[in-house]
Ligand binder design. Structure first.
Ligand SMILES: *Cc1c(COP(=O)(O)O)cnc(C)c1O
Length: 380
């Protein structure tokens, strides 16, 4: 049986008619960039997330870049972030002229270790950019506390965490239960097709409760013009198009159901892989939306397991094989982050989507167990 890492067809089949109606509606309207569909989507998504402003842009990467600019991050500033993420995270910081300062990760959540942040704060530090990797909320209570104590902005990279909620660690705080992206000053989302809320093309979103930041972000996405042709600053061409907005409006209605489906898939995997020596399964954190279901394969066996799965027709991925700080683009500029380094050699993401069936999951995990047996007998 061939099992891909992601199959978007079952989701499409379940909403096909609604999507086609939404698309025809846009085609007949003749309004393709911004316009009423984008406005409606922005209002609906702001309401869903529980935030004052939502600003549609071209991609998650643009949401990060424009979000940073709208917060006033510029040349000479330092932004603290995680080394263990997709390169768009650090790239956005570098692209506004600032310097990414990496703080090592916590091996349970795969996210930035809040205890290690303070030591990296300097007089140039202006912001912290946590990533809710794989859909697992970062330690926002601790991050917000540090940010407030040192007068830093917080911009959340929510590209993998649409719909996730933060529940903290038993200490009841004012932010418990809030959606990721609405806790810091700015949240940045991606609608890349494989993300939890995926468009059928590129798209992104900036959210904030701050009126001035929102006004700036709205201007930055249209060449720095608050009023058309009255450009006040250098901006971007980074608009969300009406087709994607119309598609996202349909999909937004189902996101909680789909995220619950992902959580159920993760729970089943954890059950199937419980007590398998050489595998560390992820924690079923409350509010997690499992953009990826990522295990750790210890003892240097990850690549062999991955190859065996590929041979058996089962898709798996390594997110991410190289820690951001050690990418060729930053060669020699950053010291090693040992935990990030270790995990980049151990992580393996398995097939996950909301409709994935138990029997198919069992096929995946049986093959993982066979692969581990094979590597053991090869050694013996
Ligand atoms: C996907 C992703 C991005 C970038 O989103 P795009 O829409 O592809 O530009 C940024 N950060 C993280 C963590 C991502 O996974």
């Amino acid at each position: 049986m061939k099992i891909p890492i992601l199959d978007l067809k079952p989701q499409y089949e379940s909403i096909k008619e609604e999507i086609q109606t939404a698309i025809s509606h846009v085609l007949e309207s003749g309004q393709f960039i911004m316009g009423p569909e984008v406005k409606e989507f922005e209002q609906e998504v702001a309401q869903y997330l529980g935030v004052k402003h939502a600003i549609g842009v071209n991609s998650g990467t643009d949401a990060l870049v424009i979000g940073l600019k709208a917060l006033g991050i510029a040349e000479g500033d330092e932004v603290i972030t995680t080394p263990f993420s997709f390169f768009a995270t650090a790239e956005s910081i570098s692209n506004v002229g600032a310097k990414p300062v990496f703080v090592d990760i916590d091996p349970i959540s795969f996210n930035i270790n809040p205890k290690a942040i303070k030591a990296k704060i300097t007089s140039r530090t202006k912001a912290i950019m946590p990533v809710h990797l794989y859909g697992c909320p970062a330690s926002m209570a601790q991050i917000i506390n540090i940010a407030q104590a040192h007068d830093l902005k917080v911009i959340e990279d929510c590209a993998q965490s649409f719909g996730a909620r933060y529940y903290g660690d038993n200490t009841s705080t004012a932010i418990n239960g809030k959606h990721t992206g609405t806790i810091g000053d700015v949240g940045a989302y991606s609608f890349f097709p494989s993300k939890n809320l995926g468009a059928y093309g590129d798209g992104g979103l900036i959210v904030t409760d701050n009126d001035q930041v929102a006004e700036l972000a709205r201007a930055l996405r249209v060449h720095g013009a608050k009023k058309k042709y009255h450009n006040e600053m250098l901006g971007y061409n980074s608009r969300l198009d009406a087709l994607q907005a119309a598609i996202l409006r349909v999909k937004l209605k189902y996101i909680d159901t789909w995220n619950q489906g992902r959580y159920r898939v993760a729970k089943t995997y954890n059950h199937l892989l419980a007590d398998v020596a050489g595998i560390i399964t992820p924690e079923l954190v409350k509010g997690h939306v499992f953009h990826q279901y990522t295990i750790r394969v210890t003892d240097g066996k990850r690549d062999e397991v991955k190859e065996f799965l590929a041979f058996e027709g089962i898709g798996s991925m390594i997110y991410y094989p190289i820690s951001q700080d050690q990418l060729p683009v930053y060669q020699g500029q950053h010291e090693i982050n040992p935990m990030s380094e270790l995990l980049s050699g151990e992580v393996l993401s398995l097939p996950i989507w909301a409709e994935l069936q138990k029997e198919v999951q069992a096929e995946v995990t049986n093959k993982i167990i066979s692969a581990l047996r094979k590597t053991i007998s090869a050694v013996a």
